[in-house]
Ligand binder design. Structure first.
Ligand code: COA
Length: 454
């Protein structure tokens, strides 16, 4: 006859109110003795709680986020007849009674089956806190104290460490997105995906290794609200951070006189409307940037991961940063060199709508060769955009303002609509002189849009 047994939190040291951070099984799962059921995290350590029984999980009595202590009930497990005959089996009623009868703090049974003398239970050893297991948990890869690792200690549960070991991932290189920067399963999988996309694992940091940011309890100073970041923000944060750390950025500022361009754009508003679209400034910027990219091929390239060559692309796919409620996304307008302004404007409107409706697919965002980030509709005088790797340059656009501009030949100030440009680039690929040649050419094209057809 099968019996239903309750599993309690075993002796976990002097910790009360320990967080359940992972539940590793689900009702219906068959578990083996010693198989981990949940992961707990105290202020100082992370530990997995193993099952004292082989059987089938009937019910889970905790969920992620719950707080437990020694003696708290974790799960109900149905144990097979054979095991029950071995005196491990305790009828459910008795198990429940025993659990009630045993005051939690006094429960000394380490494996914590709910009833029967602990002596007969297959008591798993008290788990060593993960933090103490240190280097042994890291398995292959550079060891603690290795000059390759610096002093950074990865914060991850044992099951995530196991996954990392299986995949050969050095956790000290993975950025954790969980609470207190804990590394989650998703982070390890994302790290592997990124490494595969790049064609191999990242080079270990050669110089400065940053220690993880300390956890700060902001509630000490006032009321706070914790808002979880959605997936788009988590992914873009990871990509932006990697680009910021790995690319030596320089930003070249300049201004383009778009007085005539703007007059032309407004004069064509009705015509554009009759084509069912709005001829936006951004459409001109995409077209102008493409014309200039054709003249400066390295700006339309990517640096090989070994840093020994650049891949110059003969196609011109423009990424456009679009601000959505969900976060920043960068859909791509393909072959801008072969499209007219009205086509680009229509495609731009369709893509930004799709972005705001959260309907962009991976294909809509893949293959960009150069990005434009336009904040001009909102304001600002200049900013330093982050290169959208593996591209090597990005154009930031701020708000155009009517300003007095000195015309030496006429010896007077004239009112001109000036558009601020901020070109950020990867200095490993692009020299400062070429960057200013690029923006100077861009100014010329935007200042006289007849250059678009040259
Ligand atoms: N200077 C002054 N006015 C500008 C301008 C600029 N550089 N760019 C746009 N405008 C004005 C337009 O003229 C338009 O006014 P109008 O209706 O009178 O013609 C208005 O702002 C809206 O412009 P529109 O062309 O419709 O949109 P947009 O080009 O400003 O923006 C997106 C389109 C998709 C780029 C924009 O919505 C967006 O998401 N921008 C944010 C990108 C971002 O977050 N980047 C940060 C990355 S770090």
């Amino acid at each position: 006859m099968a019996a239903l047994l309750q599993v309690l939190v075993p002796d976990i040291g002097d910790f009360d109110d320990v967080d359940v951070i992972e539940v590793l099984v689900a009702p219906g799962d068959r578990v083996a003795v010693e198989q981990s059921l949940v992961t707990l995290e105290s202020e100082k350590a992370t530990m997995e709680i193993p099952s004292p029984y082989a059987g089938v999980v009937k019910e889970l009595l905790v969920a992620v986020g719950d707080k437990v202590r020694e003696g708290s009930p974790l799960a109900m497990i149905t144990v097979e007849e054979a095991a029950a005959a071995g005196k491990l089996a305790v009828p459910a009623a008795k198990a429940a009674r025993a659990a009630e009868a045993t005051p939690a703090p006094a429960a000394k049974a380490r494996a914590a089956p709910a009833a029967e003398p602990a002596a007969k239970a297959p008591a798993p050893p008290r788990r060593e806190p993960a933090a103490q297991r240190g280097a042994a948990e890291r398995g292959a890869g550079p060891q603690e104290g290795s000059p390759l690792l610096g002093t950074r200690r990865a914060h991850a549960s044992p099951s995530v460490r196991r996954l990392a070991r299986e995949l050969g991932v050095d956790l000290s290189l993975v950025r954790g997105s969980g609470p207190k920067s804990r590394i989650l399963k998703d982070d390890v999988q994302g790290f592997v995906r990124d490494a595969l996309a790049r064609g191999g694992p990242p080079a270990p940091p050669a110089g400065l290794v940053l220690p993880p940011a300390p956890h700060v309890d902001f509630t000490k100073w006032g009321e706070v609200e914790v808002r979880q970041l959605n997936k788009v923000r988590r992914i873009s944060a990871r990509n932006l951070h990697r680009a910021w750390i790995s690319i030596p950025h320089v930003t070249q500022f300049d201004e383009a006189d778009i007085t005539d361009l703007e007059a032309f754009r407004r004069s064509k508003a009705d015509e554009a409307k009759s084509h069912g679209t709005k001829l936006t400034l951004l459409a001109f910027l995409i077209k102008a940037a493409t014309v200039v990219l054709e003249l400066f091929p390295p700006f339309n390239s990517s640096l090989e991961p070994n840093g020994e060559a650049i891949v110059v692309k003969k196609y011109f796919h423009n990424g456009i940063a679009v601000d959505t409620e969900n976060g920043l996304v960068v859909p791509v307008i393909r072959d801008a060199d072969r499209k007219g302004l009205l086509d680009i404007a229509a495609e731009l409107a369709a893509l930004s709508q799709k972005a705001r409706d959260r309907k962009l697919g991976p294909e809509d965002m893949a293959g960009g060769t150069f990005t434009i980030s336009s904040l001009g509709g909102i304001g600002g005088t200049a900013f330093t955009p982050i290169v959208n790797a593996p591209e090597v340059a990005i154009l930031g656009v701020s708000k155009a303002e009517m300003r007095p501009v000195w015309r030496g030949e006429a010896n007077e100030f004239v009112p001109r609509l000036m558009l601020p440009l901020s070109l950020a680039y990867d200095h490993r690929v692009i020299d400062g002189a070429d960057a200013v040649r690029f923006t100077t050419r861009l100014k010329t094209v935007l200042g006289d849009i007849r250059n678009l057809i040259l």
